[in-house]
Structures are given as structure tokens and as C-alpha cells.
Design a binder for this molecule. Structure first.
Ligand code: 5GP
Ligand code: ZN
Length: 113
């Protein structure tokens, strides 16, 4: 059983402010929010990062994206939101369980791209 921090959050071993859960996806508020809405969406299956995905994960990633859109709407991001997936050292990834940041609110982040 993985002792990865996000696997432990999914299992309820570490408390989190859950905003969504289904059979395959779990979402919770970031502990250090950078915007009024800052939610992390994770697959329940452990994958280290986007760079570790392969064909067996296609369905899980599709479910993650669909859930993320639903969660953002439920969080009130009616005018849109930004999504971030940090990958690896260069991508400034801190937690090596693949996760998608939903960042929203009036002016959630300065333009990057
Ligand atoms: P990344 O790996 O994409 O750089 O970011 C990891 C994110 O996870 C950070 O924004 C950080 O605040 C968040 N984080 C790290 N540990 C915890 C935790 O124990 N609980 C919650 N809710 N968020 C966490
Ligand atoms: Zn994990």
C-alpha cells in the first residue's frame, strides 16, 4: 500500500477538505491556496506524474478531466478557471502523485501563456 501523501489523503488517513469523490477521482482544497478557488483533483490510482502515463491510464485521465470541469462549475468558476499540471523537476512538481490544480476566482493568476 502506497505511503504517498495523496494516496493517504484519498484513503482518509490524512485529513483534507474534500470537495468531490467518485469511484475513480478525489478532489480537495489545496492546503496552501494561491487563489480564492484552489482545488487539487487526483486519480485514485497512483501515478507518479504525467510523464509516467501510458495507455492503461487513458480512461482514468478522461474521468479526471470530466470530473475537473464539473468540480470547477460546482466551485462557482462560472467565468472560467485555469488548470495546471506540474510535471517533474523542471515542472516544479512537489508531490509525485499526478494531480491537476483548478485555480479560479476573479483574477486567479497572472498570464503565463
Ligand atoms: P505541485 O506538486 O503541483 O507543485 O503542487 C503540490 C500541491 O499540493 C501544492 O500546491 C501544495 O500546497 C499541496 N499540498 C501538499 N501537501 C498537501 C497536503 O497534505 N494537503 C493538501 N490539501 N494539499 C497539499
Ligand atoms: Zn499516490
Amino acid at each position: 500500500m502506497s505511503d504517498c501523501i495523496f494516496c493517504r489523503i484519498v484513503r482518509g488517513e490524512i485529513p483534507s477538505k474534500k470537495v468531490y469523490e467518485d469511484e475513480h477521482v478525489f478532489a480537495f482544497h489545496d492546503i496552501n491556496p494561491i487563489a480564492p478557488v484552489h482545488v487539487l483533483v487526483v486519480p485514485k490510482v497512483h501515478v507518479d506524474s504525467m510523464a509516467h502515463l501510458d495507455e492503461e491510464h487513458e480512461a482514468a485521465m478522461g474521468r479526471l478531466m470530466v470530473a475537473a470541469g464539473k468540480i470547477a462549475r460546482e466551485q462557482g468558476c462560472t467565468d472560467g478557471f485555469r488548470t495546471i499540471v506540474n510535471t517533474g523537476r523542471v515542472g516544479l512538481q512537489e508531490v509525485y502523485h499526478l494531480h491537476l490544480h483548478i485555480v479560479g476566482g476573479p483574477n486567479p493568476l497572472p498570464p503565463m501563456l
